[in-house]
Structure formats: C-alpha cells, structure tokens
Design a protein. Sequence first.
Length: 438
Amino acid sequence: MTIRRLLTAAAAALALPAAAQAQSAAAASADAVFAAVEAVTPRVVGWRRDLHAHPELGFAETRTAGVIADHLRALGLEVRTGVGKTGVVGVLRGARPGRTVALRADMDALPVRETTGLPFASTATGTYMDATVPVAHACGHDAHVAMLMGAAEVLAGMKDRIAGTVVFIFQPAEEGAPPGEPLGGAALMIQEGALADPRPEAIFGLHVVPGRPGAMWYRPRGFMAASDRIDITLNGRQTHGAWPWKGIDVISASADVVQTINSLTARTIDPTTTPTVFTIATLDAGVRYNIIPDRAVLSGTLRTFDIAQRDDLVRRTEIAVGNVAETYGATAEFGVRQNAALVFNDEALSAWLAPVLEAAAGAGNVDPGAPPTTVAEDFSYLSQEVPGVFYHLGASADGVDPATSPPNHSPAFDVNEAVLPVGVRAHVLTALRFLERP
C-alpha cells in the first residue's frame, strides 16, 4: 500500500468519529438553546411588560433605545446608538471568525388609546401631527424588542461556541416616516450604516400577529405587500349648491374618481395572479351643506405584489383621474409615496429556514407556503440590501379563534406571552444554524 493510500485510509477512519461528534454537538447545542431560553424567559416577559407600559412613537423611542443599549452593553456587545435617530445596533463577535448574520426588531408604538385592560396597559401620550395623542404598543413591537433582547442574552452566553458574528438591529419608525420626515426607520438606518461594518450575509425578522399561539408561517418571494400612499387633489370652482352649473363640482368629480379607481382595480387586474388592493380612505371637501367647494382632497392606499403591475396601475390611474377631472372642467394633482416595498423572502433561504423554525416551534407548527398578506412592513428595505426572510408568529390568546382575535393596530390588540420563548428560540436557532452553514 502506498503512503498516499495509507493517508487516505487513515483520514477516512477519522472522518466517521468526527462527523458523529459534530452531530452530537449540534444536538447538544439545541438542548442548550432550549435551556438557556427557558432561563431568560421571565426577563423577556418583564421587558415586554415594561416596554408595553412605556410606548414611544416613531423616532421618539429614546427610553426604549436606552433600555436596549444598556442591556447589550452589559452583555459585552459592541453597541452603536443613534443609528437612524433612535436606532440601536449591537454586534456580537463569536470566539472564532466566520459568517455574519443579522436579526431585526422594530421599536415604535402607535397613536392609539389602549383598551386591553392589562395591569401594565399604556397610559402614555406623545405628539403626533402637532397634537397630543394617546400612545400604545398596538402592533406588538414591545414583544419584538423583548424577544430580540432575550436572543442577544442567550447568544452572548454561547459566544465561546460561535464561529462568526451576529448583528442585532433595533429599528425605529417601522410604522412609517412621521409627518415631515423623508425616510422611515429601515431606510434611514440603512443610509446611516446599520448594515455596514460588519455587513451581514443574511437578515431575519419576525412579527406577532393573530394566529394559533406559537405557530409560524411565511412564503418564498412576495410575502407582504408593497404599500403606496396615494394623494389626489381636485381643483374646481365654488358655487351655490342650488346652482351647480355655475361652478365646477369637485364633489361629483370625487365620487367618479373613487368609482373609477375601484373599477380599474376590479376590472383590469387578474386577482388570480397577484392580489391588489386600492382603497380611497379619506375625502376632505367643503364646509357647508349648500356650498359646492372649489377643492377636494382624497387619499388612499395601494397594496401590490408585482412591481411592473404596480407601476402600470399607478400610471393608468393618474391618466384616468386626469380624464375625470377634465370631464368636469376641473384640474387634478396626483401624488404617490411609497411607505414600504414588497417584503420579498429569498427563495433559497426560505427553503433552508423551514426545518430551523420547526426545531424552535415544534413539528407541524411551521408553514413555509402561506398565502401572501396585504399588510406591509419596512423590513422590505433591509432585505433588498441583503438576502432575508420575514415570518409571522401566531400570538392569539389561548382558546380564542384567531379570526375573532383583535388585529394589529386595534386598541384591544394583545400578545400571548406564552409565545415569547418560541420567538426567542427562533431567533437564536436561526443565527446559530446560519453561522454553521458550510
């Protein structure tokens, strides 16, 4: 036998025990994750309740950011604050070099008066549109922050076993740019370097929604809709309500604009290929019952899953609105502003993620082929920069039909705290397994 063949045989003999050891280590790591998450869960619940009682609006999350930054520093992470006004970035470098993965949570609350009746319900107020308004975590971002804080603690405790780097992104203003701000939280954090130094190879995030407690779902490619704000102003000529022919009636024109948009959406878009929702939600015009005003302002939202189709529908809508206005002798101003891009889940990562989430949530609790949803998320901008997957975590109360569970943005929305450790496990296992990928 030659020396080469002897070395090959020896290597083969050693490979089997090494593979067996690696498999055993992976299994032990999963057990260690579950034990560590169980240990940190009371703190996660405490953080969630504290944040819930002290909600803050977009770009005003100063207390929240302080709680997060103090926690990450105590864990020994590198911490950057003020990234995107109030955003926080924590960097955990493992004991050995390797890949880089990012995990994201959003921090902001909503101008909503809470009606949950919880003992830690919000009584906070904030400033929105130059007015003092009630503020509440009516979308579950308090739970998102608490779960990612818990994941950071678990992963920091495993630093000596990690090859690679985990970036924790705590993002402000997910609910959209406040009035007067040109960019929302995700876009501003990207602009200010949240995904640089180190740059992640992938990013993952989750959102609590009504659903079976602890279940998770998502889909590859388009999962959550692109969201556009539409603004239309019709300019006419004021007249007495008894003499409409002596003016230019923007009220009648507004009615035709709404019906035209409804018809365009229902009659020119194939609903079997891509969901599309186009809603005119506000109409502001007039001050008196017998005066036809000279101006009407309409606004609404467009939700789409196909970029080319969206662009074409916007183009045709602007033309149609102009034609309606011209028919009445009025003029029209048409504006579009994107609030969030399409949440596009990377196909390869989506396929890879399913068994990882199932390890966190349990067999039969993960659906990687769920229908798309017309709500939006600015995680979309982060996953445009690096490949990513965004998924939902069911958080309805035990024994409550998710179909009747108060939805996100409802004053009665609440999070079943029993799902918090599931979310922490999902974050931790996603990071660990991604860093272990060859």
